[in-house]
Every structure is written in C-alpha cells, then in structure tokens.
Design a protein around this ligand. Sequence first.
Ligand SMILES: *Cc1c(COP(=O)(O)O)cnc(C)c1O
Length: 335
Amino acid sequence: MSLSLADVLAARRAIAGVAVRTPLVPSPHMAAVTGAEFLLKLEIAQPIGAFKLRGAVNAVAGLAAGVSGVVCCSTGNHGRGVAYAARARGLRAVVCMSSLVPRAKVDGIRALGAEVRIVGRSQDDALAESRRLAREEGLVELSPFDDPLVIAGQGTIGLELLEDRPDLAAILVPLSGGGLAAGVALAAKAIKPSIRVIGITMDRGAAMHESVRAGRPVEVEEVPSLADSLGGGIGLDNRHSFALCRALLDDYVLVTEAEIYRAIQTLYFEDRMVAEGASVVGIAAAKAGRLPSFGGPVATIVTGRNVDMAAFTDVVAGRPVTLGDIHLEGRAYAA
Ligand SMILES: *Cc1c(COP(=O)(O)O)cnc(C)c1O
C-alpha cells in the first residue's frame, strides 16, 4: 500500500471525537535562544498523554468486523493508545513490553483494561512475543510504527500544523520507529513541498538514522535513555516507515543524554510543562546549536507526558541520574 494525503485526510475523519486537535503554542524562551519563532505542538494534551492515540484509533477503526482482539509491542505509549482505542470498541487488548519500559507506563496501560506481558530486555523481545500471540491466539497485531493506518493517523499532526501555521519553515520530529516522522512528513510535504522535516533521536540507539545510513534496516543495541519512548529498532523486515523516512526526511540530528536532561528542565522551567525525554529532543537539538537556521518559524512536536514521576523529579531538581553505564552529573537549571 502506498500512502498519500488522502489517507491522512481519511484518518482525520476516523479519529475525530476521540483524539484531540491539539494546540500549537509559542515558546518565547526558545525563540530567544534560536532567533526564530519556535512553536510547540502539544500532543501531551491527548487523552492518553501522547500522540500515539491518533495512529492507534485509526488502526482500530480499520479492523474488519469480527476481530476478537488486538496485540502489540510497545515502549509504553502505543500500548496505551491501543488499550484506549480497543476498550472504546469492546475489544480485548494485549500489550507486550520489555523490562526497560518505566513502571508508570505499564500501570497506565493496565488501568485501561489491557492485558500486559513483560518480556525480555528489548523491543525486539517484546515484538517476538507480540507476533507469537498473534499467531497462537488469533489476535490482530498492530505495529507501533510500521502500519499504513498508524502512519496516516500520526500524519494528522502534519495537517494541523500547516493549517495553524502555513508559514512554518521546518518541523522537528522526535524519531524512533518513524511512524510519526513518516506521517508528518507525508502530510506536510504534500501541502507545502518546501517545508523541511528533521528527525531527531538520542545518540545511543538511533535505529532509523543508522538504517538510513546503511541503506537498509539494521539492528542497534538498545540501552537505557531519558528518551525511553524512542528506544528499540525499526524491524529488519520493515515495510513502510523506513522507505517513507528515507524518501521524505531532510536530515537526522542526534542529541546526547545530557542535552535531553537540560531540555527536560528547559521545558519545565521556561514553559512550565511536564514532558518525557522523547518529547524534548527538538528543544535539545536547538539549544545545543545542532540545527541550521531554517529562515522562518519552526515547530517541534511535544510528543508525550507519561513520565516516571520519580525520574522526572530527579531531573528537574538537578539531581544526578544513572542510565545503565552512563552517569549524568546533577545540574540545577540555568537559562
Ligand atoms: C513513539 C513515540 C515517539 C516516536 O514515534 P515513532 O513513530 O516510533 O518514530 C516519540 N515520542 C513519544 C512520546 C513516543 O511515544
């Protein structure tokens, strides 16, 4: 299936009334830092606290009648979206996650009535379990990113961005499996071909970036990160998001854990918002001077707010944080 703007417009009709049309607000602090208008697309305002609701609702709406249930792997937010969408349709939902997924995300999914399976230490392990359950229990598997309906659902963000601000010069997109970046780039470039779409990831475990460089999906080692929602590979048998990202993204930018740490503080202290590490990589890249001037307004997608409260509190309080073999010095916020 090749995707087009028509699929994104259809997704918008399918998700209306469940997923919210989120606000796009200016960040005066980031405008001062970058010297250009800097806008935040607040997907933290979705009912499940993350944009993944859009793709999940569109995918569940596209299921054939008679399906008994759905299964997925997730770094947390896709599972939450699938659980929410499945419950609304009275379907059974099973969510497979690795032990790297923060407890708060696991609890949030259970609270929505889904069955949770914790397996292994990587997204690949969770994916294998999800495939097994699909085969053995007759459930329909919903990929977090490599599914045309999921990509079209995430693409509705691109429609809203350009409706609100047709003058946008660039969109900074947090990037993992690439469903979000593929959908947003597809929609935004169909409407405004000159717009630049930049994929941003943490520097350890940047699966899409490595794959695009290699010219084919490659495996990367998954390590703990402040941007836990960006963990995991893109699937060696990737069918959709890899080709779309390769064709549509203008550039890839990587940020360090220390830069993500400071960007979480920045969004909290300057804009008074609670957001995940994955949500602030666009801010991190801009603050670290890793982006060119785009010659016009820039928007970044603040993708989710489902933080582990204890870890989040450590960061905003400026306390040290340990992530596997990485030790981040404590550092109180200073603009
Ligand atoms: C899933 C997710 C992303 C990345 O989306 P992909 O489609 O996998 O690239 C970014 N931020 C948050 C909060 C997410 O949950």
